[in-house]
Design a protein around this ligand. Structure first.
Ligand code: AMP
Ligand code: MG
Length: 472
């Protein structure tokens, strides 16, 4: 049976200035690495046994009802405004309304050049494609709002980076690919009509109650504050929080040199291009405020009196650090078994974090160890931990079921960088076994099992990943 995708495309009905219509560029020899059948069903697809899946998700066969296009956007990259980015190596095939009633984009990434490719080849190599596949699906299983991975296909073509590497195409699914940078591009051009059309579209699609720009800003801020607090709570470092990689729907988007922290240090950076630590682990809480300030600026032209709106918008942005702090407090309190934290519980959390930092202890295993009984093993200076532990035990006596709370807040498994690297190295040699093993292990990250025990282990010195790369 041929694959049926019940397309219901709304973006393609927006003005032509929002995108460039461009089909994916066919590849030499598509072969399917993975297809997410459960997700495909949720999206309303049928005919999932189609032998042509590889050709479809490589971009060689454009499915019925698709209206392929590359979206326009701009964005601040490491603080510098770039007036035109856009999908340089992606095409949106269209949208479906899933079995849950939610509209979602289906996008090919690595599918060839578009009018927004600038000097790029429009392609992706296998490494970043598989990293995004595994990490985005793991994030979903961890309970974090994120784009999803629907398919990964080898192209049978080399991609030239520093050396020739195997090419691949990822199909990803998002509540939308609207970004802060989508608003910025029209605001910067002074195209207020387009900006208003985009605003109305984003409101209808994501925040139907946000009837004016101030309410909309507030809604996006809340989603992003919750998202970043969740990242921090599992040690996730996005790596490139440019405004074009910051989604309006509040999902984690554009996985590039992302990484999970092993031993705890707030200034941890993995991305090879983040030289000054702008997007380090702890800086994420500040940078998201900066990004929301850029969204606020882009929304000003929609206000009846933009000048007069500067002050209330600024005041709103100034509320965001407290919003994040409160989300952070809730998340980290849960990690130590506390459900409704009082303000002085924050010290208990930060004291443990300080001990963890001093000991260079593993972030994930320390917190999970609190409920598994192995936390103390993470510390050489056990006296410091024991003193903390006494205070902690006295505090959680007042909680109903702290163990259950901790089991839900502290994953056993995270996609550790060294495992991702090992998986990519194997896949580069056509061996996808580790990819499939990681996919099944990370599907249930809060449960300890004997056969995933080795995946809990932090990297050996020889396995530590020092830097991650965009791979573009
Ligand atoms: P990203 O790092 O994926 O967020 O991409 C930043 C910008 O560079 C986006 O406009 C991408 O479409 C573009 N880009 C990244 N890699 C390529 C490539 N290989 N070819 C064309 N454009 C690219
Ligand atoms: Mg991007």
């Amino acid at each position: 049976m041929t694959l049926q995708i019940p397309f219901d495309n709304s973006y393609a009905a927006l003005p032509e200035s929002f995108y460039a219509r461009v089909p994916p560029t066919p590849v030499k020899e598509p072969s399917l690495i993975a297809f997410n059948t459960a997700l495909a069903r949720d999206l309303g697809m049928d005919g999932l046994d189609d032998p042509e899946l590889a050709a479809i998700f490589a971009g060689n066969v454009v499915p019925n009802g698709a209206t392929p296009l590359a979206q326009l956007y701009a964005g601040h990259q490491f603080g510098q405004y770039n007036p035109q980015l856009g999908d340089g190596r992606a095409v949106l095939l269209g949208e479906t309304v899933g079995t849950d009633g939610v509209r979602r984009d289906i996008q090919l990434k690595g599918s060839g050049q578009t009018p927004f490719s600038r000097r790029g080849d429009g392609r992706a190599w296998l490494g970043p494609v598989l990293r995004e596949y595994v990490v985005s699906e793991a994030m979903h299983a961890l309970g974090v709002p994120t784009t999803r991975a629907l398919a990964a296909v080898r192209t049978g073509q080399a991609v030239i980076r520093e050396r020739p590497l195997p090419g691949a195409v990822l199909t990803r699914v998002a509540q939308s690919h609207l970004r802060v940078g989508t608003f910025q591009v029209f605001a910067a051009r002074g195209d207020t009509d387009a900006l208003r059309t985009l605003f109305d579209y984003a409101v209808a699609r994501h925040y139907p109650d946000a009837t004016d720009p101030a309410l909309f800003l507030d809604a996006v801020m809340r989603k992003q504050a919750a998202l970043v607090a969740q990242w921090l709570s599992i040690g996730f470092i996005h790596g490139v929080m440019n405004t074009d990689n910051c989604s309006i729907s509040g999902e984690t988007i554009d996985y590039g040199p992302c990484a999970f922290m092993d031993s705890y240090h707030p200034e941890t950076v993995y991305s090879s291009i983040d030289r000054y630590g702008r997007y380090s682990y702890a800086a994420q809480a500040d940078i998201i405020v900066w990004n929301m300030a850029q969204l606020a600026t882009a929304l000003l032209p929609l206000m009846p009196d933009p000048e007069a709106a500067v002050e209330p918008f600024t005041a709103k942005i100034h509320q965001m650090p407290e919003m994040i702090r409160s989300e952070w407090h809730q998340r980290f309190a849960a990690k130590i078994g506390i459900t409704n934290p009082a303000s002085d519980d924050a010290t208990l959390v930060t004291d443990l974090l300080n001990l963890t930092q001093e000991a260079k202890a593993d972030f994930t295993n320390t917190f999970r160890g609190l409920v598994d009984g192995t936390a103390r093993d993470q510390f050489l200076d056990t006296a410091g931990f024991d003193a903390w532990s006494q205070r902690w035990k006295a505090r959680i006596e007042r909680e109903d079921d702290p163990d259950a709370v901790m089991r839900r807040a502290n994953p056993v498994l995270i996609p550790r960088n060294h495992r991702i690297e090992q998986m990519i190295t194997a896949a580069t040699q056509e061996d996808d076994r580790l990819f499939h093993r990681l996919m099944s292990a990370y599907a249930d990250p809060y449960v300890a099992t004997a056969d995933t025990e080795d995946l809990r282990r932090p990297p050996l010195d020889s396995e530590v990943v020092q830097a991650t790369f965009c791979g573009t």
